[in-house]
Write a protein that binds this ligand. Structure first.
Ligand code: SF4
Ligand code: SF4
Ligand code: SF4
Length: 252
């Protein structure tokens, strides 16, 4: 059992805009490249060009087609650790290898004390933890802690590798604990939402919903957007149901 800090000085995280993500995978490959050659030990690949490829990826982007015909919507869904405020992946850890930093809220794994028991990956409802079979330890998004404070990098590079690489600006980094930060304002302006909020993990990362289609008829053909509001009587919204379905499909 590992304890969490009572509060954190900052809530650093990502805001991901589902409206403008085009599913190009640039963030995925940039994340892999940075974290494979960075300080936190290589990310393995097993049988990468064979019949049963497998490997550790700290960021994955999944594509979905929602609906049919004129009302259909293609949605690209980037998925990485959400650096939750109340994450069971930390509290279940028997060795203290998983921890949440009090200074900025980043959730990390210490590879030197991780015993590879995988309890944390069972606890994470977002499927955000990646077991590294080559090294026998758990890995996850570090929010590029080795970039954002790195004074050896040019100032414009002191952001996560995925944010730096995104050609559409679909990923933004900042302090979601500061209501005046650009990321907090975008969440406020666009109705940003928590993924699977009912679990109570209080994810720091937020998602911005797709905007109405330009050819829509008073929004009549934007089924995904229409369903982002909470259902009546607290019923699970269609957005939540979609992500719950995605989580069931993707969880390992
Ligand atoms: S796999 Fe490692 S980080 Fe995860 S719960 Fe076990 S010891 Fe902790
Ligand atoms: S913040 Fe860094 S480690 Fe996390 S998904 Fe982005 S590139 Fe990968
Ligand atoms: S780089 Fe940006 S646009 Fe491309 S998949 Fe990642 S978030 Fe989406």
């Amino acid at each position: 059992m590992t304890t969490l800090p009572q509060t954190t000085e900052k809530k650093l995280g990502l805001v991901i805009d589902l409206d403008i993500c085009v599913g190009c995978q640039a963030c995925v490959t940039s994340c892999k490249e940075w974290n494979t050659s960075g300080y936190s030990a290589p990310l393995s690949d097993q049988d990468p060009y064979g019949s049963d490829p497998h490997g550790a990826w700290l960021n994955r982007v999944h594509g979905y087609e929602i609906g049919d015909g004129e009302t259909s919507l293609t949605l690209h869904f980037p998925r990485s650790c959400l650096h939750c405020e109340a994450p069971d992946c930390v509290t279940v850890c028997p060795t203290g290898a998983s921890y949440k930093r009090a200074e900025d809220g980043i959730v990390l794994v210490d590879p030197d004390t991780c015993i590879g028991c995988k309890l944390c990956s069972w606890a994470c409802p977002y499927g955000a933890r990646e077991y590294d079979y080559a090294q026998g330890v758990m890995k996850k998004c570090t929010l590029c802690v080795d970039r954002i404070y790195n004074e050896n990098l040019d100032e414009e590079d002191r952001v996560p590798a995925c944010v730096r690489a995104c050609p559409t600006g679909a990923r933004a980094f900042g302090d979601l604990g500061d209501p005046d930060s650009a990321v907090s304002k975008s969440v406020n302006d666009r109705g940003g939402f928590d993924l699977l909020a009912d679990f109570g993990y209080k994810p720091v990362n937020k998602y911005l919903p797709p905007r109405p289609r330009r050819d829509s008829n008073n929004g009549a053909n934007t089924p995904f957007l229409e369903s982002t509001a909470p259902g009546a009587n607290g019923a699970q919204s269609a957005t939540d149901r979609f992500f719950a379905w995605a989580d069931r499909m993707l969880a390992r």
